[in-house]
Design a protein around this ligand. Structure first.
Ligand code: SAM
Ligand code: SF4
Length: 487
């Protein structure tokens, strides 16, 4: 497994486990066939792979972590940047040999890259049997059956309603303590750099009762934390009559009851005070005071918000079609601080070198970082994606070396800020949830505080799933270190 990760050039930080690739674990429940899934990209994709595993389990497949023993290999792919697609292409070429040794093997490409390239992927990658987009996973058993008798298949139909609400995901790579629950699919925003609206379709929200049921079942199985997932969770909107955001908004006044994100958050928080609740991603244009007030009311809703800014300059934000400007964003941050205080964790996504970005506009991103004092950021340089608004209308005119230099400056700034934010915690007592073994030493465990920071503590008879009070004694820019003071 570690070799595979090295092969595909994935970067992992000190203690962070969730990164850009996840592989199915071994599960033997006596089924006749073996399924291997390798998932790339965002947490939504990892969550989708759990739905895929569940669908395939009902059709005779156990999961395996060894692709050489699999009957079916799925790559659940990401298209967000060109590098993500290149990684998958490279990986497919590595599967050529496995396929030549076992011609019966079925290889499927799922997810965003499948949706973006459709039939073209079958033409370009001869070993691929199936190309299946994110809304067509219920068709997988049928398509696999067809592939087994030699018929290649493509299903990239994008649905306006599908949420897989009735499917109970098979937890893959689970620590038995934290789990992700998908609450919506698709995205109706049209950020000019982003391929997601084209690969994942229109925004729809999942039945809140099925979400609460899933959270309750997880808690009953011993899970202690759920993260509610969506591309833009604050835009969650559901009614019994309509789950498609655009259609729902049009007829909202005529509907009996509409559940918004703050309502859903409260419903999940009420499952049990010992179940921590997180959510991601928040869009600055949509996050409401009601959401912040709901977070404040419930101790078990973690005080952490992933609020991607992308750029600190209003002209660039307008070109990105983010629909907020610098002042709007800073006002939202002021509100977070006012309602939830200075300790609430805030993280961001940043894009360096977007179309026509000048040096002083890049400086605005750095000054925005200083003003907000992000705990953490995911940082990228702009990668033009075919079919997006930016690719059609804006010149990708910042030279690569300048993009990389600006990105490096953003990374350095973030490292300084992360260290500063972590140093504030030294001497404080915080509750952490123990999630697993620390990678550094068998004598240490890692947990997470409310603000989503990883905290390393001595094992001292603690178990995964324990809540413990910890005094923070030291830190690096990525990690806090603590001593247990109470269990
Ligand atoms: N829905 C989330 C939001 O609006 O913040 C983000 C989802 S996207 C999967 C994750 C991040 O990838 C984005 O926030 C953005 O920073 C980055 N990203 C998306 N398209 C990109 C592109 N063409 N080039 C570089 N980074 C990109
Ligand atoms: Fe992409 Fe923007 Fe939607 Fe996020 S909100 S998924 S960046 S289009």
């Amino acid at each position: 497994m570690e070799n595979i990760i090295k092969d595909i050039d994935i970067i992992r930080d000190e203690e962070e486990k969730s990164c850009d690739v996840a592989i199915t674990a071994d599960e033997s429940t006596g089924k006749t066939k073996k399924l291997y899934i390798e998932s790339y990209g965002c947490q939504m994709n990892f969550s989708d792979s759990e739905i895929v595993a569940s669908i395939m389990k009902d059709h005779g497949f156990d999961t395996t972590s060894d692709f050489t023993s699999a009957d079916v290999i799925f790559l659940n792919t990401c298209s967000i940047r060109e590098k993500a697609e290149q990684t998958v292409r490279k990986r497919l070429s590595q599967f050529n040999q496995v396929k030549s040794e076992n011609p019966e093997l079925t290889i499927g490409v799922l997810g965003c890259m499948a949706e973006r390239l459709k039939e073209k992927l079958l033409e370009e990658e001869k070993l691929v049997d199936l190309v299946v987009g994110p809304d067509a996973y219920r068709d997988l058993p049928n398509l696999v059956g067809q592939a087994e008798v030699g018929n290649k298949g493509v299903n990239t139909f994008l649905s306006r309603e599908e949420t897989y609400a009735d499917i109970s995901p098979v937890r893959l790579n689970s620590n038995g303590v934290t789990a992700f629950i998908s609450i919506m699919r698709g995205c109706d925003n049209m950020c000019s750099f982003c391929v997601v609206p084209f690969t994942r379709g229109r925004e729809r929200s999942r039945d809140p009762h099925s979400i609460v049921k899933e959270a309750r079942e997880l808690f009953e199985k011993g899970y202690k934390e759920v993260t509610l997932l969506g591309q833009n969770v604050d835009s969650y909107k559901w009614s019994a009559e309509e789950n498609n955001k655009a259609r729902l908004t049009k007829k909202e006044t005529a509907l009996s009851e509409v559940i918004h994100f703050s309502d859903l958050l409260e419903m999940v928080a009420l499952v049990d005070p010992k179940l921590r609740v997180r959510f991601s991603t928040s869009h600055p244009k949509d996050i409401t005071d009601e959401v912040l007030l709901t977070m404040k009311r419930h101790d078990n809703i973690c005080k952490y918000i992933h609020l991607p800014v992308q750029s600190g300059n209003s002209r660039v934000l307008a070109l990105m079609n983010r629909t907020y400007d610098r002042d709007w964003y800073l006002d939202r941050v002021r509100k977070i601080r006012e309602i939830l205080g200075e300790d609430c964790g805030i993280s961001s996504d940043m894009i360096a070198g977007f179309c026509t970005e000048t040096e002083s506009e890049h400086q605005d991103t750095l000054s925005m970082m200083d003003l907000v004092q992000y705990d953490f950021s995911y940082m990228f340089y702009y990668s033009e994606r075919p079919g997006t608004l930016a690719a059609k209308k804006l010149p990708d005119d910042v030279p690569l070396e300048i993009k990389k230099r600006r990105l490096q400056e953003i990374i350095e700034k973030q490292n300084q800020l992360s260290l500063m934010r972590n140093q504030r915690d030294i001497g404080r007592v915080q509750e952490i949830l123990i999630e697993g073994q620390s990678k550094r030493s068998a004598a240490e465990l890692k947990g997470r505080n409310s603000a989503n920071k990883v905290v390393i503590v001595p094992s001292q008879g603690l178990a995964v799933g324990d809540y413990v009070q910890v005094r923070i004694t030291d830190c690096s820019s990525a990690t806090l270190f603590g001593e247990v003071i109470d269990r």
